[in-house]
Structure formats: structure tokens, C-alpha cells
Design a protein. Sequence first.
Length: 363
Amino acid sequence: MSRKVALITGITGQDGSYLARLLLEKGYEVHGIKRRSSLFNTGRVDDLYEGPQAPDRSFFLHYGDMTDSSNLLRVMQEVQPDEVYNLAAQSHVAVSFESPEYTADVTAMGTLRLLEAIRILRLESKTRFYQASTSELFGKVQEIPQKETTPFYPRSPYAVAKLYAYWICVNYREAYGMFACNGILFNHESPVRGETFVTRKITRALARIKLGLQDRLYLGNMNALRDWGHTQDYVRMQWLMLQQDEPKDYVIATGVQHSVREFVEAAASKLDMRLDWRGSGVDEKGYDADSGACIVAVDPRYYRPTEVETLLGDATRAKEELGWEPEISFDEMVEEMASEDLREAQREKLCLGNGFEVPLCHE
Ligand code: NDP
Ligand code: GDR
């Protein structure tokens, strides 16, 4: 039997890199779309790369962009995928307030462009479609915990764009009989989580503070509550959804909630650090360099114009129908992220100690 072919948009992102590995392990031929960039942007999948001359390749990257319909059409035509995983998005909620139109173009219209490419090429009966939907759809929550039937109330340009993507996916399923599914995923993290999402920002900053590379951590709303899981568990569910007899939408969550503040405490405990909490408006005078504790301060610049205060998922449908359960606990996830970031900080310190410059990421 010939191997299955998958196309992943957003393959260079956190989820894309985990999903690509999972599908390769399952024997798929994996194609991904990467954006042209002036710097290398394939760090998360570089170890999967096979040179164009390699025999029997199973991993392929194509230049493309979710804003470019003709490109998506051409890639789709070339690849003729059995499964499409639409993970590409301008995925940062805070950034979506600054670039709302671009966010809508990539995240909402990009989904439509992909679905249209499948339809134009008459691949509806062959190609199954996974849409990366989100707990941000629930926004100002109408019910606790949130499940598939909970009403949506998006609270950011990102969430509004994802609302369009969710419904266009449902519409193409109903209108054209496409096998299209929404995975309504709650926050999921890993050591390769983008550095400006709060969990990674915390583990990275604490590790750097521990090694004297940074003096404090500034955060926004520390009372926000999230249902955080591990990406490895969540990409397994993305694949499972496309292996069913009928297309359906599923909530994926752990059912356990923590605040941002609790995440900081958990990470500090893994790194054996004492915390010194400060309010907003902390200036140099308030900084006690000898306290030996890790200073965490509030900077209102990280507040969002409209916030999602609390999210807690109920993944009963996924458990009952697909037998899915998260396997990695919150504690194990924080431990893995903190220790990876400590290793990263040690590398950074070693480089600096030997006179090498290290490129820094800016929030
Ligand atoms: P990331 O931000 O890590 O990855 C986003 C990916 O989309 C990157 O590969 C990025 O490319 C790509 N991308 C962005 N803009 C474009 C564009 N214009 N054209 C082509 N590709 C583009 O997100 P995650 O991996 O964390 O999330 C994957 C998906 O799941 C996203 O759609 C996100 O909104 C959604 N989601 C994520 C959750 C989470 O907690 N992680 C929860 C629920 C939903 P580049 O690397 O070049 O920037
Ligand atoms: P979120 O994730 O908005 O839930 O979207 P993020 O980690 O950015 O924020 C979580 C919560 O932490 C609060 N917060 C901060 N957030 C950031 N980024 N930086 C800070 O300094 C900070 N301080 C406090 C936020 O206000 C928020 O309440 C993620 C993305 O992956 C989306 O693509 C995805 O759809 C959802 O998760 C589910």
C-alpha cells in the first residue's frame, strides 16, 4: 500500500514541528509550507530536513504563504494530500490587537483559501482537513467548563478571525460533504513554544535570571486562568480526528486550571528559586539586588484591551469517542520546559563567557 501524504501549514511552528514528527513516525510522506524569511525560520524542523538529493525522501518543504491563493493552489496540486492540517496563523493574541487586518487575512481568509484550493482541484472526496481552532473562541466564557456546545464569545481580533475559520470549516463540511474537522484546542505548551507566549516567557526568563543573564521578569495579567496541556498529547489528537469515519469537532483540554502566577511559582520551584513579587511601576529604586530572589513585576503594557480571564475545558467527547487522554501532567510539562530553558541559558552564558555574541529575542 502506498504511504499517506500529509500537508501541514504552519510546519515551522510549535505544533507543526511535533505533528510532523508524529506523522513521519507513522510512515507518512510529510509536506509543509514555510514562509520566505530573511533569516532561517526552520529551526524547529531542521533535524527532519533531508537534502533535495536524498533518496526516498519523506519530508518536503515548499515556500508559501496563507495570504497567497495561487501559491496554495499550486502546492495543493503538486502534493495531492490525503490529509491537510491547517496550523498556520498569526497566533499571538496580543499581537492581533496591533495587526488585526493581517491577522484576519492569514488566520480567517487563509483557511478559506486552503478549503477553496481543495474544492477547485476537486479533492473534496480525497482530502481530509483539520482546522486548528481554539479555546479563545469561548473568550468571555458563558459556561464553566467549556465543551463543544458552549456558546462562543471571542475577545480579540485573533479570536474573531478563528471564529470565521471555525465556521467556514463547518460550512464546507455541510455544503460540499468535505471531511473537515475543528480541533478546539486549549493552550498547549512545550520546550519549543514561541518565546513570547507566557509559559515560555516565564521559564526562559527564570532560567536566565538564575544564571545572572537577566535581572527580572515583567508580566501582564497574572490572575488569568488557563487550562495548559502538553503539545505532544495534543498533536496526537489532531491526527486521531482525521482517522474517524465521520468528521466532527472536538474540545481538547486537560480539565485542570492554573493561574499565570501559579505557573511562575511552579517554574520557580523546578529551578529552586525564591520569588519576590512586585506590583506595577517598579523602578530601579525598588530593586534590591542583594535579595537573591527572582523579581517578578507587573508591567501594564502587557495588559490586553480585552482579556480572556478564565478557560477550563471539558474533553469528555474526545475521551469517550476517541479514547484520548492527556498523558503528560502540568508538573511534568513545567519541569521539561524549565530544564530545557536552563540548558539554553547555560549555553548562552558559556558563549558570552567566551566572547561570542548571542542573538536575543525581543518581546
Ligand atoms: P506558532 O505561532 O508556533 O506557529 C504558527 C505557524 O504559522 C508558524 O509556522 C508560522 O510561520 C506560520 N505562519 C504564520 N503566518 C503565516 C503566513 N502568513 N503564511 C504561512 N504560514 C504562516 O503556533 P502554534 O504552533 O502554537 O499553533 C498552531 C495553530 O494552532 C495556530 O493556528 C494557533 O492559532 C492554533 N492554536 C494554538 C494553541 C496553542 O496553545 N499552541 C491552542 C489553540 C489553537 P513562521 O514560523 O514563519 O512564523
Ligand atoms: P493565549 O496565550 O493568549 O492564551 O493564547 P499567552 O501565553 O499569550 O497568554 C496567556 C495568558 O497570560 C497572560 N499574560 C501574558 N501573556 C503574554 N503573552 N505575555 C505576558 O507577559 C503576560 N502576562 C500575563 C495573558 O494576558 C493571557 O491571559 C494562546 C495562543 O497559543 C493562541 O494561539 C491559542 O489559540 C490560545 O493560546 C489557546
